[in-house]
Design a protein around this ligand. Sequence first.
Ligand SMILES: Nc1ncnc2c1ncn2[C@@H]1O[C@H](COP(=O)(O)OP(=O)(O)O)[C@@H](O)[C@H]1O
Ligand SMILES: O=C(O)C1=C[C@@H](OP(=O)(O)O)[C@@H](O)[C@H](O)C1
Ligand SMILES: [Mg+2]
Length: 165
Amino acid sequence: MSPVVILVGPPGSGKSTIAALLAERLGVKHRDTDTDIEAGAGQPISDIFVDHGEAHFRALERAAIVAALEDDEVLSLGGGAILDPATRADLAGHNVVFLDVSLGEAAKRVGLGVARPLLLGNVRTQLRNLMEARRPLYVEVAKLTVQTDDRTPDQIADEILEHLG
Ligand SMILES: Nc1ncnc2c1ncn2[C@@H]1O[C@H](COP(=O)(O)OP(=O)(O)O)[C@@H](O)[C@H]1O
Ligand SMILES: O=C(O)C1=C[C@@H](OP(=O)(O)O)[C@@H](O)[C@H](O)C1
Ligand SMILES: [Mg+2]
């Protein structure tokens, strides 16, 4: 058993939203590693960062990914999941889709909330740095890249389903 499809991409690219939609369309479960981490830790991601730091969050994330890769579902990862070389290696051979998004659109979508601790401060600058640094890693793990600007979640899900055949 392994995931039907795995979504990667920066914060605000729509991974969690599109994965839920794909799961509904395919009649399978949706699993989101951020949700699994929060359930396991009993606290929101923002609190995990404050109380234990990013390194601890990344360790929880790695464990959540290893567990999720054993399951049959549509899987959405957190935006930074691909930073871990072991995770990138584990993603080889899976149906990985990179949801691409422009800086302007991603900034609009994530807004100014506290839910994404890495974006606190100047959201646009943080997001730009993170997107630039990670782009090659998203491309490396993905079998398919889907542009999400100016497209509805339904349109994006349609394109992914077409490629899944
Ligand atoms: N294609 C889209 N067009 C407009 N808004 C979107 C689109 N995809 C997602 N969103 C919105 O953007 C925000 C972030 O989406 P989310 O699925 O949480 O992204 P991610 O998991 O990649 O960080 C949510 O408010 C969601 O409703
Ligand atoms: O980009 C990142 O490093 C992170 C993205 C978040 O997920 P989304 O990409 O779903 O927002 C979440 O995993 C955490 O706040 C760290
Ligand atoms: Mg998400």
